[in-house]
Design a binder for this molecule. Sequence first.
Ligand SMILES: Cc1cc2nc3c(=O)[nH]c(=O)nc-3n(C[C@H](O)[C@H](O)[C@H](O)COP(=O)(O)OP(=O)(O)OC[C@H]3O[C@@H](n4cnc5c(N)ncnc54)[C@H](O)[C@@H]3O)c2cc1C
Length: 425
Amino acid sequence: MDNRRAGSAMLGKRLPHVVVVGAGFGGLETAKRLAGAPARLTLIDKHNYHVFQPLLYQVAIAGLVPSQIAYPVRTIFRGQKHFDFQMGEVSEVNLAERYLRLNGSVIAYDYLVLAAGGRTNFFGLASAEQNAFELKSVETAVAARNHLLRMFEVASREADAEKRRELLTFVIAGGGPTGVETAGALAELIRLVLARDYPQLDLSDVRVVLLEAADHVMGSYPQGLREATLRLLRRKNVEVLFGSRLTDYNGRQVTLASGEIIPSQTLIWTAGVRANALMDRLGVEQASMGRVRVESTLQLPGHPGVFVIGDAAYVEDDQGAPLPMLATVAQQQARLAAANIRRLLHGDVPRPFRYRDPGLLATIGRNAAVARIWGLSFSGFPAWVIWVALHIFRLIGFRNRLVVLINWAWDYFFYDTQVRLITRE
Ligand SMILES: Cc1cc2nc3c(=O)[nH]c(=O)nc-3n(C[C@H](O)[C@H](O)[C@H](O)COP(=O)(O)OP(=O)(O)OC[C@H]3O[C@@H](n4cnc5c(N)ncnc54)[C@H](O)[C@@H]3O)c2cc1C
């Protein structure tokens, strides 16, 4: 089917139906950008809320509660005309017949935007998949929080020094931005907050270990920022083990390819992401990490009414390198996908995608961050202030922004995080 036919749904009397799968960064932006378009819009997500994933690690280290980084989808779209939200997990997409299956029923579409995101990539390491914690959803972040805090409770009544050290060794796999941010924040939580809650524990028993297979952290960052990140991590007492490839984790000990064993009851896996499993069931060409190859216009080859965006899509930059799995990529692609659907609705030709890199930003705890903005690389307090401001600004909902701002200000001045609850899962 060509672009002309993809646009012909407009010619009929009924409004064309646009279905967007996923209310993450890409799907949400697409649906917002389609407000007022001559189409009926259905947004689908397995959760009834949007999650601001960059702050999931804050939930895991007991800094924020889930409701502060998530927002109900229906509230976001209150008042948007010709809009419907369906909660459920899409189990199948039939590209030939142009329908998808949701909660046992069938939803037909004229245009489809697949923004189903990614999932944790354990690279086939079943023992890690079974026993490690991941930071990919509210549920997994809360599970990690409960576990981390429980380790301190159990350690506080453990008389055996060796077992206590095993309980108080926290291993994080993956020296990318998520691993670095988690390790820095966890080390800080222990040193500034938990040390006061558990005065009977000897802090020298505690280890926060960051495993990285390469010889540097933050692979996608410039050399200067990688070095600054390492300095900041070491200042927070994070042990960074370079060239360390994890080969097994049985829930009690981490085994590295070198044969080294680290006794630990906690492994947080941040070492990789791959496209959502739904992409594997489409029967279309996939590139690295299971991402779906799309045209430069973000259309699925042979299916001009279907767009794939965000973590699920494989798009290369001008140098032929795959675009990273980032919220900024997903949101920019969403804007183009929405604009291209509008073009098709009006019988126009869709335009190609070009990523405008807004820079890089990661925090390593209090007063510590690294940034590359407008070509300038810097680290320390100024980068941290920008990180805080930007993350508060990007949260959805004024109330969430205000609450997070007050929360962080309280933590900053009183060295005390608000939520240290161990809840039942
Ligand atoms: C811990 C963490 C930290 C991160 N930090 C940063 C950062 O600092 N900066 C940055 O730019 N990026 C960051 N990212 C990456 C960023 O979150 C992703 O690149 C971005 O979320 C991708 O957007 P997306 O729309 O493709 O998918 P997502 O935002 O993941 O949204 C996918 C949505 O689809 C829904 N869904 C999935 N499958 C189905 C189905 N079958 N049926 C119905 N609904 C479904 C999911 O519930 C989800 O809401 C981070 C990611 C993580 C996990």
